[in-house]
Unconditional design. Structure first.
Length: 405
């Protein structure tokens, strides 16, 4: 019996960690920052310039033969290095390059858990290919996972995998999966994120694609357990047999367990798919937050936090309240998120630039974690504003906003 087949039998048992909340996993979810993910997506999709290899660059397209594809490789490698990893470039053709980073486990097993997304883009040719949703959204959720998981100890090694040339037929992931299979390498689970930020009708529907291959059904069970136990708030649909149009299928082809987490593409398809208008402005930001949390929570559950390991917040020391808004600037109402380490009374008010209070957003107890509000900007005059949150026992947290005409 091969080691890979033995691992498949072992993986059929759903780990007990999915049956209840785990404080470390909850701390991971609480530490996620949507402003970070949106910042990454804006840079990766070329909506803002960024520093790459010491100079300012704009990634206008990540199509496989475009110069922006190489810039994206460098950008992702640079980010993972900044987060404390040693990324590896896996070349599989003259143009194709996967970007991989491995977080070691506790040494008791070499059976890896893979979190993945593809960074290449469409449309082809010389057109702009921002690909913010497909699949900048998945890529940047992966970057956020790498950032917050760096100092959290897990039993299983984690591979953060960014595939190239998915749009040409899953070429990058197929190369990696085939190489793992040829070496009888052990893979406990693959969680693939491909387009997780568009919800045109606002119904919060999303899909998990799965097939009865290896332990894929158990991985899907873990996804649904994370959805329930961490109250993520999605209408999640189980699709079996799942589609084979994304990188998870490369692992099915090699007999490994894998799932795809994706927006509801069948009945609410993104009209900007594979066009130059696949931009961040069309994201449903709270929906993106939920699908990213679901994916990262599933990864952390499958990798199994080491017994007695400290949480993200304990590793980080004192966790100050954090606040961010999107969109900013805004032409209408904006969303506001305030993250708290513990429950506490909070007052949130909106002021104009002269210091006059123009709106009271919230007053009273607020639970720990992320709290969402609507900033009523639509009926205000264009110009600058400040939102101020005063948490009991803490200095006020302020954020500048711009209301556009």
């Amino acid at each position: 019996m091969s080691l890979r087949y033995s691992a498949f039998l072992t993986g059929l048992v759903l780990c007990s960690a999915t049956r209840a909340q785990h404080p470390v996993i909850q701390s991971v979810l609480d530490a996620m920052r949507m402003d970070s993910m949106l910042h990454y997506v804006n840079e990766l999709s070329g909506e803002v310039p960024t520093q790459i290899n010491g100079s300012q660059q704009t990634i206008t397209s990540r199509y496989k033969t475009n110069a922006g594809n190489v810039l994206a490789q460098d950008y992702l490698t640079q980010k993972l290095t900044q987060f404390g990893y040693t990324p590896v470039i896996q070349s599989f053709s003259t143009t194709g390059k996967n970007v991989l980073a491995t977080k070691p486990g506790d040494g008791s097993t070499n059976e890896v858990v893979v979190l993945c997304a593809h960074y290449d883009a469409m449309p082809a040719g010389n057109l702009n290919a921002p690909a913010a949703d497909d699949d900048g959204s998945g890529v940047c959720a992966l970057l956020e996972a790498a950032r917050i998981l760096r100092d959290v100890d897990f039993v299983h090694p984690i591979v953060f995998a960014l595939w190239d040339e998915e749009e040409q037929g899953k070429i990058g992931s197929a190369y990696y999966a085939a190489g793992m299979a040829a070496n009888d390498a052990l893979i406990k689970a693959v969680v693939n994120m491909d387009a997780i930020a568009y919800d045109g009708d606002g119904d919060t529907k999303a899909r998990v694609h799965v097939r009865p291959i290896a332990n894929s059904l158990s991985i899907a069970d873990t996804v649904f357990a994370v959805l329930e136990h961490y109250a993520i708030g999605l209408d999640l649909l189980n699709t079996n047999p799942g589609a084979t149009y994304s990188d998870h299928a490369s692992f099915w082809n090699e007999g490994y367990g894998a799932v795809l987490i994706i927006e509801e593409f069948s009945t609410d398809a993104n009209p900007h798919y594979h066009t130059p208008t696949d931009l961040v402005q069309y994201f449903d930001v709270p929906y993106y937050d939920k699908l990213a949390r679901l994916s990262i929570g599933t990864l952390a559950t499958l990798a199994i936090p080491v017994e007695g390991s400290v949480s993200v917040l304990e590793n980080a020391g004192l966790w100050e309240p954090r606040m961010y808004a999107y969109p900013n600037p805004a032409v209408t109402d904006a969303g506001l998120w305030l993250e708290l380490p513990t429950p506490r009374p909070v007052t949130i008010d909106l002021y104009d630039t002269m210091g006059k209070q123009v709106s009271s957003i919230h007053k009273g107890m607020m639970p720990a974690g992320k709290n969402g509000f609507t900033l009523p900007l639509a009926n205000l005059a264009p110009g600058g504003y400040v939102v101020r949150a005063q948490a009991a026992g803490k200095e006020a947290v302020s954020l500048r906003l711009v209301r556009l005409p």
